[in-house]
Design a binder for this molecule. Sequence first.
Ligand SMILES: Cc1cc2nc3c(=O)[nH]c(=O)nc-3n(C[C@H](O)[C@H](O)[C@H](O)COP(=O)(O)OP(=O)(O)OC[C@H]3O[C@@H](n4cnc5c(N)ncnc54)[C@H](O)[C@@H]3O)c2cc1C
Length: 160
Amino acid sequence: MPQTFVIVGAKLAGGAAAAALREESFDGPVILIGAEPHPPYERPPLSKEYLRGESSFAKALVRPPDFYRANGIETRLGVRVARVDPDEKIVALADGERLSYDKALIATGGRNRRLPIPGRELEGVIVEWPEGEEQPSDYWLSNLPEDERRERLGHACVPE
Ligand SMILES: Cc1cc2nc3c(=O)[nH]c(=O)nc-3n(C[C@H](O)[C@H](O)[C@H](O)COP(=O)(O)OP(=O)(O)OC[C@H]3O[C@@H](n4cnc5c(N)ncnc54)[C@H](O)[C@@H]3O)c2cc1C
């Protein structure tokens, strides 16, 4: 009986893990669940090449959008996991649906800490894009007119 692998979080870690499972010949069902509506993408380019208008959002994708279907990976995007029950081996979605799993990977990443300093609420100061934006890039670009000066404060884990 093939095992079912559920991955919670569909960004770099989740998308890469799903791809690696198939590349390493895992042949059971793989279900990739992510709260954002986009297929897995890498965030670093969004504050660099993409923000400068030098590369497309498509280039930030972990795999082409049709990779997942072509490789039998079920994607549930725009869907939030409410609870993981490791005793019953159940992932409960926010809409109440319950999915059984044999193995689960939690790849939900981290959230930015909001800097508690005056001015962070001003127009043009971007802390992060709101969850559920159509494209994270829309948020970054539509809020930053081309000729405006841009300063970036913190964020990168690995120096450029
Ligand atoms: C603009 C920007 C620039 C960056 N630049 C750099 C850089 O230059 N160098 C560097 O090393 N790092 C950089 N980082 C950090 C790097 O992008 C993160 O370390 C990386 O994205 C982590 O990937 P991840 O897949 O583990 O988690 P994330 O990218 O955080 O993805 C986790 C996903 O899980 C989803 N999720 C969370 N909870 C749930 C739930 N309950 N149900 C369903 N889905 C859920 C989230 O919505 C999210 O889509 C940058 C980050 C940002 C935002």
